[in-house]
Design a protein around this ligand. Structure first.
Ligand code: URA
Length: 242
């Protein structure tokens, strides 16, 4: 009974996302087995050392890190921010969702992905049975770039130490990079999102798999691509069961 309810709920989320699911011969696998509650591997060893930019040799506590981000003036973005947007979710999350940078809504509310793109991200997560509360959501850059421009290299470099520390603290089992900016920064590549999808990449020198998908803001402009994003999430979820 619970399985049926779950399936119906996921179908409803997919419907809300604008993804039509046909039942029948081409049934879309909405109800694969739940993810095993694996013991979380200590895979992150060396994550900070393994990637470029920034120096934070000792792992800070969450409180220290949050304080550092709130007071950060390492690049010019602090001048126009309402507040830094640290990250949200479970500190024990298996999934880390990484976006680009806060927009106007996030800058105002102090939380990542709370605008329209965030609402779609919530639906995407729910469609694979994940709530926003059980994942962790963070951005490459913690302060809003003016006029929603892309973050600059020097801004990402200045901020990367914070995401690195968040990854070390959380030790996620998977990282979902949403959009080009996050994918390029995490994977040190310039390849298009379309070419990066469908593969299990690695974060730095660690064993943490990185899956790339489209940014929900892009999906709002190109709803015909939502199905691909859903496939990416299913692919990521499948990686966790291996
Ligand atoms: N887009 C992002 O990449 N991050 C946010 O927090 C909001 C929109």
């Amino acid at each position: 009974m619970r399985e049926t309810d779950d399936k119906l709920r996921r179908l409803a989320y997919l419907d809300a996302m604008g993804i039509q699911v046909w039942q029948g011969r081409d049934v879309v696998p909405v109800d694969e087995p739940d993810l095993a509650e694996d013991v979380r591997a200590g895979a992150i060893q060396g994550a900070v050392a393994g990637t470029a930019c920034g120096a934070m040799p000792d792992l800070p506590t969450w409180e220290m890190l949050q304080g550092q981000v709130a007071a950060c003036q390492q690049c010019d973005l602090y001048r126009q921010r309402t507040q830094a947007v640290f990250g949200v979710g479970s500190r024990q999350a298996q999934w880390l969702i990484v976006g680009e940078a806060p927009g106007a809504d996030e800058d105002r509310q102090g939380e990542p992905f709370v605008g329209r793109a965030g609402q779609l991200l919530n639906l995407m997560l729910q469609a694979i049975g994940l709530s926003r509360e059980e994942v962790y959501i963070a951005n490459i850059v913690k302060c809003r770039p003016p006029n929603n421009r892309d973050p600059r290299q020097e801004e990402m470099a200045a901020c990367s130490v914070y995401l690195k520390a968040q990854i070390q603290l959380i030790q996620p089992r998977i990282i979902l990079a949403v959009g080009r900016v996050a994918a390029h920064h995490l994977l040190h590549t310039q390849q298009k999102v379309g070419a990066l999808r469908g593969q299990s990449h690695r974060y730095g020198e660690t064993d943490i798999p990185v899956v790339v998908t489209y940014h929900p803001a892009y999906l709002l402009r190109s709803p015909q691509e939502k199905r691909k994003a859903w496939e990416d999430l299913l692919f990521a979820r499948q990686l966790l069961t291996q």
